[in-house]
Design a binder for this molecule. Sequence first.
Ligand code: HEC
Ligand code: HEC
Length: 214
Amino acid sequence: MKRFLLPLIFFAATAVQANEAAAPAKADPEKGKAVAATICVACHAADGNSMIPANPKLAGQHADYIVKQLQNFKSGARPNPVMMGMASALSDDDMRNVAAWFASQTQKGDQAKNRDTVEFGQKLYRGGNLAKGLPACSGCHGPAGAGIPAQYPRIGGQYADYLEAQLKAFREAGTNPQPVNGRANDPNKMMRTVAAKMTDYEIKAVADYVAGLR
Ligand code: HEC
Ligand code: HEC
């Protein structure tokens, strides 16, 4: 029996080694923390719970989504002069490390502020609008806005102003043949198709509701 086991163990060990050499290094949240605390801290806070509504919270966001956005900023696929500068300074490893750090932090959440529209916002979020062919947000972002890794970002608890700005940027890119400040980095035009069907009132209401979602 022993004679068979030894070569088997040896084979298993070399197979593991070969696998490790092929895959990229595992993301290191501690290295990412150092990047967050020296560079990102100015706008997103070191733990990713930014203080200003124009700067999105990154705490608790899915790592793959963060990496994708950083790559999109770097390439210009998601145009933003500030974040293009930030992302261009990061290597692929830096991106994966800083994404792992922010993903591991707890998002502090927010509250819906408009009592008059919160019910309408909830209705849109959970059920969409069948008459307009507007799908429910919850279908892709989850019932509590936590998203579904890797493709669908967490939006629950995000600042309403930021959510509103992004929905309008998707709508601009989805409706204007020559978009100004549009956002067109969504796979398969998923968000452009959704936002193109929304009025300002609907966008505001759903953004306010989602800010309070947890
Ligand atoms: C000078 C301010 C500033 C700094 C510093 C900064 N950011 Fe940003 N970041 C922003 C702003 C503003 C946005 C929103 C851009 C938009 O409106 O599209 C943003 C957006 C992002 C997003 C997209 C989030 C989402 O929900 O889609 C990611 C990811 C991000 N930043 C990561 C980082 C990382 C990582 C660092 C540090 C290496 C960093 N940022 C440094 C201002 C900053
Ligand atoms: C068919 C799936 C789908 C549906 C339905 C959907 N979304 Fe999205 N949403 C996405 C994907 C995918 C992204 C990420 C795009 C990217 O990679 O940049 C996204 C991104 C977003 C963002 C940007 C998040 C950020 O941090 O920048 C917001 C805001 C958003 N969605 C809001 C909504 C709202 C509100 C609804 C309902 C009215 C909705 N979405 C419905 C798939 C969907």
